[in-house]
Structures are given as C-alpha cells and as structure tokens.
Design a protein around this ligand. Structure first.
Ligand code: ZN
Length: 133
C-alpha cells in the first residue's frame, strides 16, 4: 500500500457538513459525487496529499445509514492507495483478511475500490483504492 488516500467520515447532512468542514479546513470541497450503487452522496476536500471524504446516505438501506444508526456520525473508513488492486486483494486474502467485494467496484473520485471487513482489521473498515487511468 502506498499511502493513506483519504479518510471517510459518515455525516447526516452533507450540505451542513460541507460548511462545517470548509470552516475547519479554511478551504472549500472540490467535488461532490453520488455513488448510486452504494446509496451515498460524497464530498471531497483536498489537504496536501490527503483527502477527506464526507458520506451521506441517500436511502435507508445504504451502508452509511446503517453505520450512523448503529454508531452515530464519525470516522467510517480509512482508504489506502494501491498500485495493483487485484494483486493486493489476492495477497490480503492469502494473509487471512476478509475481503467484502473480491471484484473491485467503481467508487467515487474515479477509483476502483475494495473493502476489507472490519472484523478482520481490528474494527476499522479499510478501503483499497486504485486510480482508474
Ligand atoms: Zn472512501
């Protein structure tokens, strides 16, 4: 894995959170994007090499809606940049990690993404992402 690509934060109201985080960072978000398949609306802030992704559920069965119902708003996942997502999935499976989707799917911000189950990573949802070129 190359670096932390972004940290995902689950929020209830992405417009209100855009305002809040813009004040915090003293910088506006640079894009918003809806990922229909995941039932989320996302917003991205760039801070140097790192990004913060805000996630709001767009429907009740969205993983973000379930997360907020269970744990409230807050850090939802940490995403790591990888060079070859297929090779990483294979390696991590062999190491015993639980991969939630073995076939990488199209995520926000022009990325192929795979998630690792938090049960196999000390309670933290891990996202692997590879830029689609
Ligand atoms: Zn993410």
């Amino acid at each position: 894995m190359n670096k932390i690509e972004h940290i995902g934060i689950a929020v209830k109201d992405i417009e209100a959170s855009n305002t809040l985080f813009a004040k915090l960072f003293h910088k506006e978000h640079y894009k918003m994007e809806e990922v229909e398949s995941e039932g989320v609306k996302t917003s991205f802030f760039q801070l140097g090499e790192s990004k913060i992704e805000l996630l709001e559920a767009t429907r009740d069965d969205s993983p973000i809606a379930k997360f907020i119902a269970k744990k409230g708003e807050g850090v939802h996942h940490i995403a790591f940049d990888v060079t070859d997502i297929h090779a990483e999935v294979k390696r991590l499976k062999e190491e015993g990690f639980t991969v939630l989707n073995e076939t990488p799917k199209k995520g926000a911000d022009n990325k192929l993404v795979v998630f690792l189950h938090p049960k196999s990573t000390n309670g933290t949802l891990i996202e692997l992402c590879q830029e689609i070129i």
